[in-house]
Design a protein around this ligand. Sequence first.
Ligand code: AMP
Length: 191
Amino acid sequence: MNIILLGPPGAGKGTQAQFLAESRDMIQLSTGDMLREAKDSGTEMGNIVADVMARGDLVTDDIVIGLIREKLEGDKKGGVIFDGFPRTLAQADALEELLADTGETLDAVIELQVNDETLVQRIVGRAEEARAAGQPVRADDNEDSVRQRLMEYYKKTSPLIGYYYAKGKLSRVDGLGEIDEVRAAISDALD
Ligand code: AMP
């Protein structure tokens, strides 16, 4: 089974992707995590993407598609949960081709719905708590970057909602509830 978790920054995609990966023996592919790893390891690509990410802009399609292509060549266990990918129509088309290359298909797209003010408060609040506790804070978890990430979501990623709806693959889940309620709603949508 191959699933996409779609939704704005702070909607809880990462948390829910982790649950799904554990309970269904699948792998979680988070392009955000891969890019942060590249950034932290100081590779040439990491240096190129660092500023783009800190601003809250999207990294180029070529870079993220390349990262996903590489991962899809490895062990996929019971399937893949795409977390934060695709984020543009070009990425969605590329994913379809990559899956078709190995005779696979996309089974479902879960859209996590959360209102914008809640998202900004969640992300900025989480960053403030971490800072007070002396924990590391993401460079893009400040209010300006969060608003830019939201803008990128509406301009470039939200068209994917219509794209997958038209393909009959979209399920919408209320992402505002408790983590366990959201988890149960996703499970219902998939079974
Ligand atoms: P995330 O951890 O998913 O919130 O991603 C953090 C940042 O990484 C985003 O704001 C983008 O700058 C970059 N990023 C992650 N995934 C993608 C993607 N699929 N396409 C372009 N940029 C991405």
